[in-house]
Write a protein that binds this ligand. Structure first.
Ligand code: GLY
Length: 394
């Protein structure tokens, strides 16, 4: 386990200089310089001639790659787009385009719900930054594919199929995970692009049912809610990636916060902003002093267990979003603090290490024994996004 306190003390001077000075934001600038080196190395490892591979993590001294139907396949392309946004260097856009277009066939994928992550992070950013019109068709087709998972009676998008993998062994009928809130942005955008309001209505229904059924009194949420697809009734609430059914899995709380903040953006419905703020209150009340959560807020082994840098990066990015919407300085202060800790040697890898990933110490799924205390491509993606959001606020 890392000694975060010691490492943070060593980094304190750098952090203070980053926050105290006016003019260029040294924390952001210094992170851009670092990311150029790290992601440059990862890019080299990922590209051999015309063969493009998708890096997901670094384990036992090797960069690991995933196939395009893996839920994390869009994050590397997305990170390359963010590097383009942060640097203005066309080199990043060229590689981002190639890695995005490698994902072309995902627009027809219907066997899981994560296509929102996969296509919005890649094609969505490409469209936003380069106005590449053909990308709209991909986003709209993806929205159609995702909509095939809508279960009318329950009013939700089914997250996982139950006819395959470990999910088939849990007795679920229509499992919905809180992560699914992250797929809604693609639906909202598809309505804007196509004029077809079906996607908007599905997204709103899903967000409303999730609001109704996923949350506890204290603002925390369950990971999985299983519905009866015939009657729409809730069959059960439990976890898949958290410590226990009643615990608060850290990344799940981050997805909830981020997802409701975005849903508010597209709808203007105050109930979504309220929910995002409730989740934010819960998270801010549970964070350790250095603001990087343990992998589950209720893990009884805290402080002798793993941190999850990915949760911190997602939460920081969402808190900037919430600050932009509410003007409440607490959100911005906490997001700044998270970025400062993530930028310290406790969490940010030394250049030339970590396989080229920026952040160390994330947790994929502890109960499944996968991706424990490793770099993860989505931790880097949301870290870069948080830097952009911080820079845009200034
Ligand atoms: N969406 C899967 C995860 O957050 O691990």
């Amino acid at each position: 386990m890392i000694n975060v306190k010691q490492l943070l003390a060593a980094a304190a001077v750098a952090v203070l200089s980053a926050t105290a000075c006016s003019g260029p934001d040294t924390l952001v600038e210094e992170n851009i310089a670092n990311a150029k080196v790290q992601l440059g190395a990862l890019l080299t490892a990922s590209e051999q001639g015309d063969t493009l591979r998708i890096p997901s993590t670094y384990k036992d001294g090797q960069v690991r790659f995933v196939p395009i139907d893996d839920w994390v396949s869009g994050f590397f392309a997305g990170s390359l787009w963010y590097m383009y946004e942060l640097t203005g260097d066309e080199m990043w856009a060229e590689h981002a385009r190639a890695h995005t277009e490698k994902l072309d066939s995902i627009q027809y994928l219907t066997w899981h719900h994560d296509v929102g992550f996969m296509v919005y992070d890649s094609y969505g950013n490409g469209l936003r930054l380069k106005g590449n019109d053909p990308y709209k068709k991909v986003i709209i087709q993806t929205a159609k594919s995702l909509s095939t998972r809508y279960r009318e009676k329950a009013g939700v998008l089914q997250s996982w199929s139950v006819d395959r993998g470990w999910q088939s062994k849990r007795g679920w009928q229509c499992p919905v995970i809180i992560d699914n809130m992250m797929n809604l942005e693609l639906l909202f955008q598809a309505t804007k692009m196509s004029g077809d309001s079906t996607f908007f209505h599905i997204a709103v229904s899903h967000a409303d049912r999730t609001l109704e059924n996923h949350f506890r009194e204290d603002g925390s949420c369950y990971h999985v809610v299983d519905y009866d697809p015939e009657t729409g009734a809730v069959r059960g609430r439990c976890t898949a990636q958290g410590y226990s059914d009643e615990s608060a899995w850290a990344r799940g709380q981050a997805w909830a916060l981020y997802g409701y903040a975005r849903a508010y953006d597209y709808t203007g419905y105050p109930r979504y902003l309220d929910q995002a703020e409730k989740v934010a209150r819960y998270i801010l009340g549970r964070l350790p002093e250095d603001l990087v959560p343990y992998w589950d807020y209720d893990c009884p082994d805290i402080p002798d267990t793993y941190r999850d840098a990915s949760s911190a990066a997602i939460t920081a990015s969402a808190l900037y979003d919430l600050y932009a919407k509410t003007g409440k300085s607490l959100y911005r202060e906490k997001a700044d603090g998270m970025l400062e800790t993530l930028s310290s040697p406790a969490f940010r890898a030394e250049q030339g290490t970590n396989g080229g990933f920026i952040l160390m110490h994330s947790v994929g799924s502890l109960p499944h024994g996968s991706g424990i205390d490793v770099p993860l491509n989505y931790a880097d993606y949301y870290f870069l996004e948080a830097l952009i959001r911080r820079r845009n606020l200034k």
